[in-house]
Design a protein around this ligand. Structure first.
Ligand code: NAI
Ligand code: MG
Length: 350
């Protein structure tokens, strides 16, 4: 069969790594007897600079009929980051009810963790980030601008439905893994939303007697991720906390160049969207040296989601083989290879 895939390469290294992910996926598709029809969209900061908008007015509607979306990254110097985030990523995540942001990390073969003496088993975790509400909110505003009494309010929104579904998702996921869930909050300082989250966590946990449930303060959890990552597996967190924890988790495993992410609509009422955890990396953009592995692994999450589980497994194996050999490695992995060379090596390893 043929899958209809929308691709938004976006800005900076998003463009480079998306090309490589497409190359690898096309090779996997040919091998496993299906096809991917790619339709490219130019939604980006470049488009914003030219037209005043990250995407056209019907930008979301244009993507609605696709089986999945593969996104590079958006954001570039000269365009404020909140413009790129709120002009593209957040509207898509919300319009398509992609309320789960799934961010698995693991120590891949041939790579080393910044944490000495940690094995791959000890460093396998998944962050389940709430992706539709929470701290990412437009409610609030600036008052008494420029006056001595100036103040700013920023409200968070946590709904019962929103909190319960993400927590439930994390327990279901834990059943397929280690049967352990840790919830990250900060209920001593944030006294309305976080205790509400804790309360719902306890209610859901009571339904999953076979899963060990634990609640942590985000600060202590951050320390634990560095000192005792072996005691963590599924971590469920709000939009902001999940975002922070996923960069940390990526850093303690293989680095940002290796961490994939899926914006998932579990009910499949709309397309899900897959991307690397990292951004557009303006510091290395245009140099052709970005590590494409994160984007390629995001693409394997897309294959899994589409039901092409065997193809996803093959791509994962090819990534592992190339990393283990270590002959073709980008500078972040200690090598001299280009983005294109590493992508090609993975496609050839297939
Ligand atoms: P970043 O993730 O783009 O870069 C952080 C650091 O990691 C940089 O030093 C970069 O060179 C390095 N890095 C990232 N990906 C890499 C890769 N594949 N290979 C090798 N090194 C890699 O985060 P930063 O610098 O905070 O943000 C840059 C821009 O990206 C901003 O405009 C930001 O808003 C945007 N952004 C977009 C995201 C998205 O589209 N989902 C997510 C995060 C940031
Ligand atoms: Mg982030």
């Amino acid at each position: 069969r043929t899958y209809e895939i929308a691709t938004i390469p976006g800005d900076g290294i998003g463009v480079d790594v998306t090309v490589e992910a497409r190359k690898v996926l096309d090779a996997a598709a040919a091998q496993h007897g299906f096809a991917l029809r790619w339709t490219e969209f130019d939604y980006s900061c470049e488009r914003y600079s030219a037209t005043g908008a990250m995407m056209p007015e019907d930008g979301v509607a244009k993507l609605a009929g696709f089986d999945s979306i593969l996104l590079g990254a958006v954001g570039f110097p000269g365009v404020p980051d909140h413009v790129s985030l709120w002009g593209l990523l957040i509207p898509l995540r919300r319009a398509f009810s992609q309320y789960v942001n799934l961010r698995p990390v693991r120590l891949l073969p041939g790579t080393t963790s910044v944490l000495a003496n940690r094995t791959a088993d000890e460093l396998e975790m998944v962050i389940v980030r709430e992706n539709s509400e929470g701290e990412y909110s437009t409610l609030g505003g600036r008052h008494n601008a420029g006056q001595p009494g100036e103040f700013v309010l920023q409200e968070s929104v946590f709904t019962r439905v929103g909190v319960e579904r993400i927590i439930r998702y994390s327990f279901e996921l834990a059943r397929t893994r280690s049967k352990r869930v840790c919830s990250a909050t900060k209920s001593n300082g944030i006294i309305h939303t976080m205790p509400f989250w804790d309360e719902i966590f306890e209610l859901v946990a009571a339904e999953y007697a076979d899963v060990a449930a634990e609640q942590c303060h985000i600060d202590a959890l951050a320390a634990r991720m560095v000192q005792h990552p072996d005691r963590l597996d599924v971590i469920v967190a709000s939009n902001l906390f999940g975002d922070i924890l996923s960069d940390l988790a990526a850093a303690v495993t293989g680095g940002l160049g290796m961490a994939p992410s899926g914006n998932i609509n579990p009910e499949r009422t709309h397309p899900s969207m897959f991307e690397a955890v990292h951004g557009s990396a303006p510091d290395i953009a245009g140099k052709g040296i970005a590590n494409p592995v994160a984007q390629i692994l995001a693409a394997t999450m897309m294959l899994d989601h589409l039901g092409e589980v065997e193809a996803a497994r093959s791509v994962n194996a090819a990534v592992e083989k190339v990393l283990e050999e270590g002959r073709v490695a980008t500078p972040d992995l200690g090598g001299k290879a280009t983005t294109e060379q590493l992508g090609t090596a993975i496609a050839e390893a297939l």
